[in-house]
Design a protein around this ligand. Structure first.
Ligand code: TA6
Length: 277
């Protein structure tokens, strides 16, 4: 396939080939393995928005600890299966590309969407639009004759200067706390980080801001039923071989997610969208 001039090919390892985008508004990088956006840097402030672990595994032993992992067709752990579904550890192919004065757009799909633990007939595609903002859309289509249920997430790792200085704005209502046996708790105000944080916020707000003294990231979502917030904190971060000591200080995951089970009827489609500014 001929690529537009704003897209070139790169490579991080034998397995991980990338598409590098450089247009009038931003630079970005996407791994074809997992269709994972690894970098987004708008040119108006030249500030990287996405966290990338220095120790991420590039050999396929696990998904890349970076950017925007795509969770599908389930979210979180599941007995007997790998966490967060199987498409983040699969090769994807480019279906189409386009560029214009406002953005470069790439649509990708996994070579194979079937896998143990999911019986539906589905097509999925990820459209990444790189402009002043980064817009990522995961579309799931039921191509079969029976309804199926799935969960999904854009499990985005955001880069922060210091997690101790971060405040999240925009979340409200109750959340389910994985670190407290899934207790239902009220969203704190102000929303700051002082310990391991692993929460499914069940009020699907449209916008969350990640606010630091000298920087702010906007996270807009649609098609979701939850916003997941995760930081492993020091001890877990140190014990994860693809994170490493101190890495938790530089990241927070704010995830646009479907965690409550979305039923798709035959021929129906669903789009999960995250827009980062
Ligand atoms: O989205 C939060 C979460 O499900 C956490 O419970 C957590 O362990 C994390 O995702 C990372 O999961 P992973 O399978 O990528 O190590």
């Amino acid at each position: 396939m001929n690529l537009p001039v704003s897209i070139t090919k790169g490579r991080l390892s034998d397995l991980v080939e990338t598409l590098e985008i450089d247009n009038a508004h931003a630079t970005a990088s996407i791994s074809l393995w997992g269709a994972q956006v690894l970098s987004f840097k708008p040119k108006h402030d030249n500030r990287e928005r996405l966290f990338r672990s220095d120790n991420m595994a590039l050999d396929g032993s696990k998904s890349l600890r970076a950017g925007i992992p795509v969770c599908w067709p389930w979210f979180g752990g599941r007995e007997g299966f790998q966490a967060h579904g199987y498409v983040r550890t699969r090769p994807w192919q480019v279906l189409s590309t386009t560029e214009n004065a406002d953005y470069t757009e790439i649509t990708l799909a996994p070579f194979d969407m079937t896998g143990d633990g999911f019986d539906g007939s589905a097509n999925i595609s990820l459209t990444v639009q790189v402009g002043k903002c980064l817009s990522v859309t995961l579309t799931t289509t039921n191509t079969g004759h029976e309804a199926f249920e799935f969960n999904t997430a854009l499990h985005t790792y955001f880069l922060v200067n210091d997690i101790n200085q971060v405040e999240l704005k925009g979340l409200s209502g109750t959340y389910s706390d994985k670190t407290r046996d899934w207790a239902m708790l009220e969203t704190p105000e102000p929303y700051q980080f002082t310990e391991e944080t692993d929460r499914i916020h069940l009020n699907p707000v449209k916008k969350v801001s990640i606010v630091e003294p000298a920087a702010e990231i906007g996270v807009e979502s649609s098609g979701h039923d939850s916003v997941v917030v995760w930081n492993p904190w020091a001890e877990n971060s140190n014990s994860m071989r693809d994170m490493g000591s101190g890495a938790y200080l530089k990241m927070v995951c704010v995830e646009t997610a479907v965690t409550q089970g979305k039923v798709l009827q035959a021929k129906e489609s669903h789009s999960l969208v995250q827009v980062i500014s």
